[in-house]
Design a protein around this ligand. Structure first.
Ligand code: ZN
Length: 255
């Protein structure tokens, strides 16, 4: 079974950055069949709204992982849409030049905010996907920063030329799946929470097998359990291969 994990934080609140810790993680992941890991960065290390300097430090930590294991880690860079266009473009350009292949957005703002426009334009110009933190926050005050699945779906609808990954299948649930249903540029990752019987099956039934991506949210979640929720789902072997490997491989432009 070949696996690409599209959603990981190998360094988490400063922990995991030592070379020995990284060596251990890569050994363990490879023992489970994980060939490549998308490192999204230590996104909340400096809080929800990092400055350009703070985010550059976070992205440099991810870059160190990429340098140690260039055939294992794929970096997505963190950006804060609230900076406005010039700093957003500058940091994206710097990261893409260093080999980063996507953008990770956390909780600086809601995905439906107009401040997203220049960032999404930059993503389109550089041809990189955007992985957006998403959770079921409908009716909750936290929605101002924590995008609900309807917010991330709106973002994808507004920017059909950018591939958007809605994070956390188990945080968005069936409603999130249905909101993504008719948006061909919107993907969902299987990360977060405890497994829920039938949810992977529901996603495949509603979306088809091209737009679901295996992700763990390591180190918050245990890899074996995260893989098991896909490998143990009642879907075809071909669909499992697509979710665990092929869809991410194509989204990333090869590995
Ligand atoms: Zn995460």
């Amino acid at each position: 079974m070949r696996i690409i994990d599209i959603h990981t934080h190998p360094v988490f609140f400063g922990d995991g950055a030592q070379r020995e810790q990284v060596d251990k993680l890569v050994r363990y992941a490879r023992s489970l069949g994980i060939e490549r890991m998308v490192a999204l960065g230590d996104v909340l290390y400096h809080g929800p709204t990092p400055t350009p300097e703070q985010m550059a430090e976070i992205n440099d930590t991810t870059h160190q992982l990429m340098q140690w294991y260039p055939h294992f880690f794929i970096g997505f860079c963190g950006l804060n849409p609230l900076w406005g266009e010039p700093p957003v473009r500058a940091e994206l350009e710097r990261c893409v030049a260093h080999g980063f292949r996507g953008i990770k957005l956390e909780i600086s703002n809601n995905a439906r905010d107009r401040v997203m426009k220049p960032l999404m334009k930059a993503a389109e110009d550089f041809g990189v996907p955007v992985l957006q933190h998403t959770w079921d926050t409908k009716g909750k005050a936290m929605r101002q920063q924590h995008s609900d699945s309807s917010d991330t779906a709106l973002l994808a609808r507004r920017h059909p030329n950018v591939k958007v990954i809605m994070a956390h299948l188990y945080g968005i649930g069936v409603r999130g799946i249905l909101e993504a249903k008719h948006l061909p540029n919107l993907y969902i990752d299987t990360s977060s929470c405890l497994p829920v019987a039938g949810l992977v099956e529901c996603a495949i039934e509603q979306l088809g097998d091209d737009r679901l991506l295996y992700g763990s949210d390591l180190p918050i979640r245990e890899l074996g359990q995260c893989i098991g929720r896909v490998s143990g789902a009642a879907i075809s072997e071909a669909a499992k291969h697509k979710v665990l490997f092929q869809n991410a491989c194509e989204l990333l432009g090869g590995i």
